[in-house]
Design a protein around this ligand. Structure first.
Ligand SMILES: [Zn+2]
Length: 388
C-alpha cells in the first residue's frame, strides 16, 4: 500500500464516483431525441433543435451551440432548446452561459427535470450550494419519488449545515474553510502550500485558474460523510478541493502533496473542461505533486503486463481494484515521458486543443511529432513489455 496510500490512485476513484454531468447530458439526449414525433411536420425551430441534439451526440459541440441559438431565435418558448443550449455551453466549460440558459429552460417548463438536474449540478460545482439546493428542491416537488434527486439533496443539505459552522481564511487565490480555532494553524499552512502550488504549477503549464478556489479541510469523519469516500482517499476535487486532515499536522509534506495534486486537477479542468483522457489528468496531478516516482517505476517494472493507455481514458472505475495503483503509476510515468520529450508546455497546448473538442490522437501527434500508437509502443517497451 505504500505508494497507493497517498493521493495518487485513491483520488481518482473518488472523482469517478461523483456522478458525471456529461453522463447526465447523455441521459437527457435520449429523453429529448426520443420525444421527437416523426409523423408531424416540424417547425424550423424544432428542426434546428433536433440537429442540435444530433450534433451533441456526434461530439460537435460548437456546432450544437450554434444550432440551439438559431433554434431559440425561431422559437424562444421551447424549454428543451434552452436545455440544449445550456448543455452545449456546459460541455464547452462556459458555465455562466449554461446556467443562464438552464434557468430559462426551468422557468419556461418547471417540469423539465433534466434541466433542473443539470442546473443544480453546475451550481453545486461552482460552489453555489444555495442555488443547487433550491433547484433540486423544486425538482423534487415535480418528481417526489426520484431517489437520485432526494439522495443528492440530502447530501447537499448536510454539507450546507456543516459549512455554515466553518470559519474561513483567505489568500489571493484561495478560500480555505475549516471547522474551528484548533485548525487555524493547519489552515494557514494549507494556504501557504496552495499559493506555492499555484505559482509553481501555474508557471509550469503557463495557466492559472480564473476566480478563487475553495478548499475545505475536514476531519476524516466529515470527509467520508460529505464525499462518501472510503477511508483511504487522499482528497477530492469536484469544483471544491476537499481534503481530510488525517495526520496532516504531523506530516506537512503529505498535506502539500494532496493540495498540489488536487490543485492540478482544478487547473486542468479550467484549461480543458472536457476531452482530457484520465491518464493525462491523473498523470499530471501525480507528476506535479513533486514527490519522486520510484513507487510508480517499481509497480510498472513488476507488473506482468501494463494496462494499455487507451484503456485509461475514461476513469479507472471499470478496472479491477488491484489494477488501480498500476493505472496511477502508468499515468504518471507516461506524462513524465511526454514532458521529457516535449516539455510541459506541449501538454498545456494539447489541453487547450482538447478543450476545443479536437480528437485526442490527432492532437497528440501534432504536439509531440509522434503518433499516439507509436508513443504507446515506446512507453510499453520502456517498461520491459514486448510489443507486437
Ligand atoms: Zn487525482
Amino acid at each position: 500500500m505504500s505508494a497507493c496510500k497517498g493521493v495518487n490512485y485513491t483520488t481518482m476513484r473518488i472523482e469517478a464516483r461523483v456522478p458525471p454531468i456529461v453522463a447526465t447530458g447523455f441521459v437527457l439526449l435520449c429523453v429529448i431525441a426520443g420525444a421527437a414525433d416523426p409523423g408531424r411536420a416540424e417547425s424550423s425551430g424544432a428542426a434546428l433543435g433536433r440537429q442540435g441534439w444530433e450534433a451533441i451526440r456526434a461530439g460537435q459541440i460548437t456546432e450544437a451551440s450554434r444550432l440551439f441559438h438559431d433554434a431559440i431565435a425561431e422559437n424562444a418558448h421551447d424549454a428543451t432548446l434552452f436545455l440544449g443550449a445550456g448543455l452545449a455551453a456546459h460541455l464547452q466549460g462556459q458555465e455562466m452561459e449554461a446556467r443562464t440558459a438552464l434557468q430559462e429552460a426551468v422557468r419556461l417548463n418547471p417540469k423539465l427535470t433534466a434541466a433542473s438536474l443539470l442546473l443544480g449540478d453546475i451550481s453545486y460545482r461552482q460552489g453555489d450550494l444555495e442555488t443547487a439546493v433550491r433547484t433540486y428542491e423544486a425538482a423534487l416537488e415535480v418528481e417526489p419519488n426520484n431517489t437520485q434527486i432526494r439522495g443528492r439533496l440530502e447530501g447537499w443539505r448536510k454539507e450546507a449545515a456543516l459549512h455554515s459552522r466553518f470559519q474561513q481564511s483567505l489568500s489571493p487565490h484561495f478560500t480555505v474553510l475549516f471547522e474551528g480555532p484548533a485548525e487555524q494553524r493547519l489552515a494557514s499552512a494549507a494556504l501557504d502550500a496552495l499559493e506555492a502550488a499555484y505559482w509553481r504549477i501555474g508557471t509550469t503549464l503557463l495557466a492559472y485558474p480564473s476566480g478563487i478556489l475553495t478548499v475545505v479541510l475536514y476531519t476524516d469523519e466529515q470527509f467520508r460523510d460529505i464525499t462518501r469516500s472510503p477511508t483511504w482517499a487522499g482528497g477530492v476535487f469536484d469544483g471544491k478541493i476537499r481534503v481530510p486532515m488525517r495526520g496532516a499536522l504531523n506530516d506537512p509534506r503529505q498535506l502539500e502533496k494532496v493540495l498540489a495534486h488536487e490543485f492540478t486537477h482544478a487547473l486542468v479542468k479550467s484549461m480543458a473542461p472536457r476531452g482530457v483522457p484520465t491518464w493525462v489528468d491523473e498523470g499530471l496531478a501525480v507528476v506535479l505533486e513533486t514527490g519522486d516516482l520510484k513507487w510508480a517505476e517499481r509497480l510498472a517494472r513488476q507488473a506482468p503486463s501494463l494496462i494499455p493507455l487507451p484503456r485509461l481514458h475514461d476513469g479507472f472505475l471499470s478496472l479491477p481494484a488491484d489494477q488501480v495503483p498500476l493505472a496511477y503509476a502508468e499515468s504518471a510515468l507516461a506524462v513524465r515521458m511526454l514532458i521529457e520529450r516535449g516539455e510541459a508546455l506541449s501538454l498545456a497546448s494539447l489541453l487547450q486543443d482538447l478543450a476545443q473538442g479536437q480528437d485526442f490522437a490527432a492532437t497528440f501527434e501534432r504536439h509531440f511529432y509522434l503518433s499516439y500508437s507509436d508513443f504507446h509502443s515506446d512507453f510499453q517497451v520502456a517498461w520491459g513489455q514486448r510489443v507486437r
